[in-house]
Design a protein around this ligand. Structure first.
Ligand code: CMC
Length: 444
């Protein structure tokens, strides 16, 4: 009935008036959010489906409630379970952060020791994984190998399907964190035509990874401590970033109740895309294209005029509208790594000058474009001599901690169901089928 108002709920609510019917609806608000399912009561006729929200790319739709990671993009804040990223990067280890992400609290010494031992115990993979890796072409992209390798793990641990068994979830978490660097290192060695290096369980997580990457005939590989710490810090910085593309993929695929290896493989596939995990590569290409500090003003002018679709890669972020807090940490780390490597600082000098000019330029200030995490990470990986197409693999190893924590949070959330978005259908109305084909004809 026009002008009718639906029952007023208790607490805050959003009043919506439907101009088609004149009806007013009060939609409850909690956490500055309305439930789009509450819009379904808004109908013109009783047998209508009801109102939906249309939100391509989920730009303004919360798909879950989460207590893992907090981001305030305007203020440049990133916290895991309430702990500021700056403090974790300075003082914690990646394994401590991985534990924190999953359990919500920092581990006690005893818990940490046990966890580290469990991870170490599970670093080896079944020998068939090596043969599986051997089956790839010499020039296979390491992200394809990682995606397939992690998906294959599901066939080695079929009991991981018992996702409602807490012990199975626990062991899958440990196995994924422990075996990811091993499979990643196998992919690296395969591309180089080098023999695979088995894990060295006397080493730390980062040292062992670097050993599997770089060890040759020496009895024990001793990574430079600055490099090992840099890897650990970069893993901390990339460990989680709330509901980004790959994490949403893990949650969506996991919501079908598939095993966690398959769900994480979906996350790796999502991360492989250049719009997600590949920006640090693009920064390096851009720095090399600029080539010299004297070319920076011309490059900036090209970006501003939009000539040739040039963008300042490593700048801007969908969420951060101020300095990405991770970028500050990575910048400092980059300087330290370059110092011990003895490498030329040419790319770093160009990057720093580019940043200085961009941050004082009206174009970038007005659009709130600041360096993001990828602006300096590629430089660190380059100095450590990782091939460019390997950068995303490093990101994937780290993000495994967040993917599994988010997957488990989704599973234990009583409100979650199989992910199944709606659509606004724009195709043909019903029509009669009349075939253009002659099925009695044989194709010779
Ligand atoms: N250089 C120059 N102009 C830019 C840039 C940039 N890097 N980023 C955004 N703009 C401009 C854009 O052209 C637009 O200008 P106008 O209003 O005149 O049309 C304005 O700033 C707003 O940009 P937008 O495209 O609406 O912003 P978005 O939130 O859709 O895009 C972004 C975010 C990260 C895709 C974009 O900033 C970008 O392409 N940056 C370069 C690539 C990059 O560094 N990506 C890594 C992201 S961090 C890693 C991760 O989270 O996976």
């Amino acid at each position: 009935m026009p002008g009718q108002t639906e029952a007023t709920p208790l607490g805050d609510y959003l009043e919506i008036k439907d101009s088609r019917t004149g009806k007013t609806y009060n939609i409850p608000i909690s956490d500055d959010t309305i439930r789009t399912a509450d819009l379904r009561q808004i109908k013109v006729k009783d047998d209508d489906f009801g109102m939906m929200g249309y939100d391509p790319a989920f730009m303004n739709t919360a798909s879950c409630r989460s207590s893992i990671t907090f981001i305030d993009g305007e203020k440049g804040i990133l916290r895991y379970r309430g702990y500021p990223i700056e403090q974790l990067a300075e003082k914690a280890s990646f394994l401590e952060v991985a534990w924190l992400l999953r359990h919500g609290e920092l581990p006690t010494q005893a818990e940490y020791d046990q966890f580290t031992q469990d991870i170490t115990y599970h670093t080896y993979t079944h020998e068939n994984i090596k043969q599986f890796m051997d089956g790839f072409r010499y020039d296979a992209h390491p992200m394809s190998m990682l995606t397939a390798g992690v998906a294959a793990l599901s066939s080695f641990y079929p009991s991981a399907k018992n996702i409602h068994d807490p012990r199975e979830r626990e062991i899958a978490f440990v196995r994924l964190l422990a075996k990811m660097p091993t499979i990643a290192a196998f992919a690296y060695r395969h591309a180089k035509g080098l023999p695979y290096v088995y894990p060295d369980n006397a080493l730390s997580y980062a040292e062992n990874f670097l050993s599997m990457i770089a060890r040759m005939s020496e009895p024990r590989y001793e990574a430079d401590p600055v490099y090992a710490r840099a890897i650990d810090v970069l893993f901390i910085l990339h460990a989680d970033h709330e509901q980004n593309c790959s994490t949403s993929a893990v949650r969506a695929v996991g919501s079908s109740h598939v095993d966690p290896y398959s769900a994480v493989a979906a996350g790796i596939a999502a991360l492989y895309g250049p719009l997600h995990g590949g920006a640090n590569e693009a920064v390096l290409r851009m720095l090399q294209e600029i080539g010299d500090e004297k070319n920076i003003p011309g490059f900036i002018e090209n970006v501003k005029s939009g000539k040739g679709d040039a963008k300042l890669m490593g700048f801007g972020h969908r969420v951060y509208k101020s300095y990405d807090p991770r970028a500050k940490i990575v910048k400092k780390l980059c300087e330290e790594v370059i110092k011990v490597s003895g490498s030329t600082t040419k790319d770093l000098d160009i990057a720093m000058e580019l940043e200085r000019i961009a941050l004082s330029d009206e174009y970038f200030i007005k659009r709130k474009l600041y360096p993001n995490v990828d602006f300096y990470t590629g430089l660190i990986y380059r100095v450590m001599k990782f091939p460019t197409d390997y950068f995303t693999v490093l990101f994937a190893i780290a993000r495994t901690a967040g993917w599994v924590a988010q997957w488990e949070e989704m599973l234990l959330d009583k409100e979650q169901k199989i992910a199944r978005p709606r659509q606004v259908y724009t195709g043909a109305a019903e029509r009669k089928y009349t075939s253009n084909l002659d099925y009695t004809r044989r194709v010779e």
